[in-house]
Design a protein around this ligand. Structure first.
Ligand code: SAM
Ligand code: SF4
Length: 344
């Protein structure tokens, strides 16, 4: 008896448009929940990480990403945990870069803490990566160690230098932390702009139990902006990437400064992104407990029909927006997942 081959279903290439008319073009993939640092606002000191056996293989991650690309994703970001600590992560990068070569993908990029960047910068550039985000909350070595619990800032600075030498554009991301780096934002900005890098400041989000109260960490960026405006001329830029950042040009430095304000002002109405974890769980909103298991349909068959249908169902349930709250009465995580699981 000969097998009848059916044409691939439409679902494989169906654009992912949610009930609010937002089309998903951006996928962020957490390739590991592990990290070589323990930033106090991201992780607790004694984190329990996922058993390695639960992780998708690099081949499965590639297949999952490729299924999303077939459904219209144009930008792909690897994140974590720390993506550069996942063993052989560069083989995944290399393999995904075929979608840049084919024109299916506009951008392949990475968010990293920079600690391993010096080793990987040239290879990243060689894979077609053009821009990366490096997270750095302070330039003070002691504060850096306090924030990350044991990190060495020199490794990060060497990583940034190597990335720039390899021709990668670098954007610095800094989480604004009360009584920690809030006063340092102007000098961090001048340093970044002086090196031709943008800086984006982020409000701390109530994600995951970190063994400390969020209220003690949280600084509204409206406050930081008002302080910056006493010293610098900030001009709003019109550009929007569909993401949560809003940008200004700083006349005195000529550089770009971004604000990500999930707490004081969200931009969920233009959200074009979804996230998958290293175990293949799809989260359609950073600020909700919603989760769809993609590992089961991925492993259930060699073709992507079931997987694609599961993705379509999940996109159909994407929430309108998140509801993060930090105040004295809600001094508990709004979302139980740590940022390192979902991928920031
Ligand atoms: N390890 C990489 C890094 O640090 O860039 C990638 C993963 S990390 C989870 C991504 C980003 O999320 C970092 O810029 C980090 O500072 C930020 N982040 C972590 N926890 C956060 C939280 N609770 N609120 C806001 N940003 C957070
Ligand atoms: Fe690691 Fe990034 Fe989380 Fe810091 S923010 S603990 S570097 S995953």
């Amino acid at each position: 008896m000969s097998a009848i081959s059916l044409p691939p279903s439409e679902s494989l290439f169906r654009p992912m448009t949610d009930p609010f008319g937002r089309t998903i073009r951006y996928l962020r993939v957490s390739v590991t929940d592990r990290c070589d640092l323990r930033c106090f606002y991201c992780m607790s000191e004694d984190m329990t990480f996922l058993p390695k056996a639960d992780l998708l293989t690099l081949e499965e991650l590639d297949r999952l990403c490729s299924a999303f690309i077939a459904k219209g994703v144009r930008k792909l970001r690897l994140t974590g945990g720390e993506p550069l600590v996942r063993r052989n992560v560069m083989s995944l990068m290399r393999s995904l870069s075929r979608h840049l070569a084919s024109g299916a993908l506009d951008e392949l990029t990475l968010t990293t803490n920079g600690s391993q960047l010096a080793r990987f910068a040239n290879e990243l550039a060689d894979c077609g990566v053009r821009r990366i985000n490096v997270s750095l909350d302070t330039l003070d070595a002691d504060k850096f160690r306090a924030i990350t619990r044991w990190g060495d800032i020199d490794k990060v600075l060497a990583g940034i230098e190597a990335a720039q030498a390899a021709g990668l554009a670098v954007k610095i991301n800094a989480v604004a932390l009360k009584n920690m780096n809030e006063d340092e934002i102007p000098s961090l900005m001048e340093w970044a702009h002086g090196k031709g890098m943008g800086l984006t400041v982020i409000e701390v989000m109530p994600m995951g139990d970190i063994g400390a109260g969020r209220i003690d960490q949280y600084v509204p960026l409206s406050l930081l902006r008002a302080r910056l405006e006493k010293q610098f001329t900030l001009t709003d830029l019109d550009e929007s990437t569909g993401g949560p950042a809003r940008y200004v040009r700083v006349s005195e430095t000529g550089g770009k400064l971004g604000f990500i304000t999930p707490m004081t002002h969200n931009f969920c109405e233009s959200c074009n992104r979804v996230r998958i974890t290293c175990t293949g769980t799809l989260h359609t909103c950073l600020g909700h407990e919603d989760a769809s298991d993609l590992r089961k349909p991925l492993r259930a068959s060699a073709d992507n029909e079931l997987l694609s249908a599961t993705i379509d169902r999940a996109i159909g349930l994407k929430p309108k927006g998140h509801d993060f709250i930090i105040d004295r009465r809600h001094n508990r995580p709004s979302v139980s997942r740590h940022m390192s699981v979902t991928g920031g």
